[in-house]
Design a protein around this ligand. Structure first.
Ligand code: RB5
Length: 150
């Protein structure tokens, strides 16, 4: 069970802004602590400016999990996955959210703000946060992610 006292940074561009605000409202009502890293309105911005700060916190071990979004979720996950300690998963389904915790030990949720039902996104976040990594055979697999070929 996720300890709701643990802070969760959340960031988006304008494409994910409305979903971000919805998640903050619903998850805060449910007792989760979200740290809003922006953006703060619907003005057009560059998604890396708001995704890097979330990813850096996870990479540095300051926070255990983060939530990011843009219109498609793609640019956000690409940006976050540049950090060696980050495993960001682009999610649109609850079962997928559980599996990426169990098998990939994912630590960032990336969501497609323009392509997902907002209540489903709430369910996805809760499922992700409350699922544990299985370890075992998956440890060597996630360790191999950063073993690049020359
Ligand atoms: C912004 O229009 C859009 O390109 C952005 O939100 C995201 O989908 C990029 O991957």
């Amino acid at each position: 069970m996720f300890d709701k006292k643990i802070e969760i940074p959340i960031g988006s561009d304008h494409g994910g802004y409305e979903l971000k605000q919805y998640l903050i409202e619903k998850l805060t009502q449910d007792g989760y602590i979200l740290v809003d890293m922006g953006t703060h309105d619907l003005s057009s911005v560059d998604y890396p400016d708001f995704i890097h700060p979330v990813a850096k916190r996870i990479n540095d071990g300051k926070n255990k999990f983060g939530i990011i979004m843009c219109g498609s979720g793609q640019g956000a996950s690409m940006t976050a996955n540049k950090y060696p300690q980050v495993r960001a998963a682009l999610l649109w389904d609850v079962e997928q959210a559980k599996l990426t915790r169990q098998h990939n030990n994912a630590n960032i949720i990336s969501l497609p703000g323009r392509f997902i039902d907002f209540d489903k996104a709430v369910d996805i976040v809760k499922a992700f946060l409350n699922e544990d990594f299985e370890g075992g055979r998956h440890i060597q697999r996630i360790n191999k992610i950063s073993q690049l070929l020359n």
